[in-house]
Unconditional design. Structure first.
Length: 208
C-alpha cells in the first residue's frame, strides 16, 4: 500500500476486502488485514478497522480474534446471516478432550436447510482421520446441534468426555464412529458414554 494513498481511500479498500471475506465466510484477523495491505504495523490495520466500526460499517464481537462482522443493516440479502461460535479444536484422529475455547465466530447464511430455531457452532479440526471425506487439519466444521443423526452422517460426538469428528455408521444395531482414512481404526463406543453433539453441515478451509 503506497504511503501516499489517502486514508479514506485506503479505508474503503479495507472495507471492501472485509466485506468480501465476510460474505465468503472467511472472517480475517487484524494481522491478515495488515499482511494483505502491506502495513508495517498491525496497529495501522487496527486503527482502520476501529474507524469502520465507529462508522457503523463493521461490527466487532468483543474479545474474539476473528470477531468482525457485517451489520445486518449493511446487507440487503434475502438469506439472513447468523454467526456460529467457533469453539476451538476437535480431534479427527484419536480422541482428545474437547476444548471449548471460543476463538471467534463463523458467519453462516441460513438457507432452506436451516430452520430459524436451529443452533449452530463451529470447531477447528485436528488430525487426518477424515482426510478422504475432504476434512483436513485446521479446517473448520460448521455443526448443527442435534442429539441424533442418521447412518452416513458426519458428526461431532463426545465419547467419555472426549470429542471427535467421524462418520456415523449403524452396524448390527450398534453405533460405530468410522474414520475416512484407512490408517485409522473405527471407534465402537459404549452407548452409555456416547453423546452426539451435532451433524457437520459445512466445511470451511482458510488459505494462508
Amino acid at each position: 500500500m503506497s504511503p501516499k494513498t489517502p486514508p479514506g481511500e485506503t479505508r474503503e479498500k479495507i472495507y471492501e476486502f472485509m466485506r468480501d471475506q465476510l460474505l465468503a465466510g472467511m472472517p480475517p484477523s487484524v494481522r491478515e488485514v495488515q499482511r494483505h495491505f502491506g502495513f508495517r504495523a498491525v496497529q495501522t490495520a487496527q486503527a482502520h478497522l476501529e474507524q469502520l466500526v465507529a462508522e457503523g460499517r463493521l461490527y466487532k464481537h468483543q474479545g474474539q480474534a476473528r470477531g468482525y462482522a457485517l451489520p445486518e443493516s449493511s446487507t440487503d440479502y434475502s438469506v439472513p446471516t447468523v454467526f456460529a461460535p467457533l469453539l476451538g479444536h476437535v480431534q479427527a484422529g484419536n480422541l482428545q478432550a474437547a476444548i471449548e475455547d471460543r476463538e471467534g465466530v463463523v458467519p453462516v447464511q441460513r438457507g432452506t436447510r436451516l430452520a430459524g430455531s436451529e443452533e449452530l457452532f463451529a470447531l477447528r479440526v485436528r488430525g487426518e482421520s477424515m482426510r478422504d471425506a475432504g476434512i483436513l487439519p485446521d479446517d473448520v466444521v460448521v455443526v448443527r446441534h442435534q442429539p441424533r443423526a442418521d447412518d452416513g452422517d458426519i458428526v461431532v460426538a463426545m465419547v467419555d468426555d472426549e470429542a471427535t469428528v467421524k462418520t456415523l455408521r449403524m452396524q448390527r444395531g450398534r453405533i460405530v464412529l468410522m474414520p475416512e482414512n484407512p490408517e485409522f481404526s473405527p471407534i465402537i463406543p459404549d452407548p452409555s458414554e456416547l453423546v452426539i453433539l451435532g451433524k457437520v453441515i459445512e466445511v470451511r478451509r482458510y488459505l494462508s
